[in-house]
Design a protein around this ligand. Structure first.
Ligand code: VAH
Length: 313
């Protein structure tokens, strides 16, 4: 069976649904530190599980005969700046638990998400290469950079089959994001529909790499299904779909909500966003395991407004 840690999060929720439709509800165990939505709880087996508790994790692995783990539990960039040690503990100890289970051959395959947050202010900003300067300036970015090193180490030292993607900012409608710097790109659609206005916490010209959740989920399953010999990178793969600024996103929304108004009130998250790349070179993901994005900003806006607004655009 498959176990998802952090199944109630922005990615975890959709990963649970995708894996359940692919492998059957009963073969995918969702788990999180607290219960999720009614829909998620009704869709298959669920366990309350703290991903930093090795003994509890080992017990669930044995009970459900888990062979594959998706570790989606983490504290994201904005919240991690407020609680650095709690973020480090959650992000790192959950990873050590899962890598150890891999080393002990108690599980066969692991997915662990990294992020464009591993890059810092002196990283080449546009078309950021797969391998380049990485001096992250946030707690979250430091934890993701360190996590990547450990994944690579456990693979080469102990043969652990761990696979990873550096997700850009993710846009989705099924679950709200939690404590990220890119969350404006989700909130803006909700506010455009409910109030026709939004106050953005980033500057109008802050370009960031972004991806629609359906692309991110498809990439994750594609990476996990790929032949292990094709996975040349065991730290984490750059992945990209689109890049845009809040101003460009506003123009996209105004194609459908013509009187939508945006205002800007940058907060501490502006400095985090400014330290990240504006676009990513994902040529290695494309060449190693055939990645290809499908959603651009126009299609993302159409899909978000249709699903949140409840009527055909
Ligand atoms: C965050 N959504 O904002 C996450 C992601 C690239 C951004 O890591 O922290």
């Amino acid at each position: 069976s498959i176990l998802i840690l952090g199944a109630c999060g922005q990615i975890g929720t959709e990963l649970t649904y995708a894996l359940r439709s692919k492998h059957g509800n009963e073969n995918v165990i969702a788990s999180d530190i607290r219960e999720g939505s009614e829909e998620l709880m009704a869709s298959g087996p669920f366990e309350i599980l703290d991903a930093t508790d090795y003994d509890a994790l080992e017990e669930v692995i044995a009970y459900y005969e888990i062979h594959e783990v998706y570790l989606m539990a983490a504290m994201l960039s904005a919240t991690a700046e407020k609680f650095p040690m709690r973020a480090w503990n959650l992000n790192m100890n959950s990873l050590f638990n899962v890598l150890t289970l891999g080393k002990e051959k108690k599980i066969e395959k692991i997915f662990w998400p990294s992020s464009i947050a591993v890059f810092g202010t002196n990283t080449p900003k546009s078309d950021t290469p797969q391998s380049t300067i990485m001096e992250p300036g946030t707690v979250y970015g430091i934890s993701k950079q360190s996590g990547e090193r450990w994944c690579d180490y456990y693979h080469h030292k102990f043969g652990v089959d761990v696979r990873s993607i550096r997700y850009p900012g993710l846009i989705s409608w099924k679950t709200m994001p939690g404590g990220g710097t890119t969350d404006y790109a989700v909130e803006i659609y909700h506010k455009a529909l409910s109030e026709k206005k939004y106050t953005c916490f980033l500057k109008a010209d802050t370009a960031l790499p972004m991806m629609f959740m359906d692309d991110a989920i498809r990439a994750t399953l594609q990476l996990m299904d790929a032949d292990g010999d094709k996975i040349q990178i065991r730290s984490s793969y750059n992945l990209s779909a689109m890049s845009f600024t809040p101003a460009e996103m506003t123009e996209s929304i105004k194609q459908y909500i013509s009187d939508f108004k945006i205002s800007y009130d940058p907060d501490f998250r502006q400095e985090i966003a400014a330290s990240w790349p504006s676009s990513i070179d994902d040529s290695r993901a494309r060449s190693d395991w055939g990645w290809k994005a499908r959603f651009d900003l126009k299609r993302t806006t159409e899909t978000m407004l249709e699903n949140l607004g409840g009527e055909k655009i």
